[in-house]
Design a protein around this ligand. Structure first.
Ligand code: ZN
Length: 241
């Protein structure tokens, strides 16, 4: 407990807690939150299997850095003043462990979740320019089997990621992963925007026109080559929130 408390208040981990809290508050502001459900988690860089998580029962808009909890992969609270929701373990923990992802953001954001209800089950990354940045980075888990109440649900989702950054959870929601919180948040935000465009376009009832595989891949490569925009977006959120 003592060592984890020291870790929790260290400069490096305090910075990570601030980033996690900022991402949660921004997600609330951008309409990506739902009640007091869903989890953002951030693994510590020391490979100890410990990660930071939002606390149970708080709205995302009210979470500050000192509300974030430090837990191990069994869900034991090592530091922090709040309890955690057990289901966080089953999705987020499995993805950290199996996919080796540092940031794991799970939401039921409305437009991405709406596409998880369709037969294709995910964003069409050849439609809008906003969607093309995700070309080749999205997978779908189509085997929804109820609430994630045991580890098998999380492990199945983790396997369905199949090396991608994003997985649409059929009839449920979405998970976005990255190695840094600013990149993860930028992807989460633009994923919802891209899904919103597709939902709007489909609502017209008109036939949709996508671009070629090569062009979508080119846009994806170009976006990922320079992620300064992602860093600047997160910095701007830090200034304004
Ligand atoms: Zn969920």
């Amino acid at each position: 407990m003592q060592i984890s408390e020291e870790t929790y208040y260290s400069e490096a981990v305090t910075h990570l807690r601030e980033n996690l809290a900022l991402a949660l508050r921004a997600a609330s502001k951008h309409g990506l939150a739902e009640g007091v459900c869903n989890h953002f988690s951030l693994e510590l860089p020391d490979q100890s299997g410990r990660f930071l998580l939002n606390p149970r029962g708080l709205l995302w808009e009210e979470v500050f850095a000192d509300d974030v909890v430090l837990i191990n992969e069994n869900g034991d609270v090592l530091a922090g003043k709040h309890p955690v929701e057990p289901t966080a373990m089953f999705i987020n923990s499995a993805i950290h462990r199996i996919c080796k992802k540092v940031c794991v953001l799970h939401t039921h954001m409305p437009n991405a979740t709406a596409l998880s209800l369709t037969k294709y089950g995910k964003l069409d990354t050849k439609l809008s320019q906003s969607a093309m940045r995700f070309h080749g980075r999205v997978s779908a888990d189509t085997k929804y089997s109820g609430l994630a109440l045991d580890v098998s649900e999380g492990e199945r989702i983790a396997r369905a990621m199949n090396g991608r950054d994003i997985v649409f959870l059929g009839n449920h929601g979405v998970v976005v992963c990255a190695d840094r919180m600013d990149y993860a948040y930028d992807d989460l935000y633009y994923l919802e925007r891209a899904c919103e465009l597709e939902v709007l376009a489909r609502s017209t009832g008109q036939e949709l026109v996508g671009v070629s595989e090569d062009l979508a891949q080119k846009v994806s490569d170009e976006t990922l080559q320079d992620r300064l925009q992602s860093e600047l977006f997160f910095k701007a959120l830090r200034r304004t929130m």
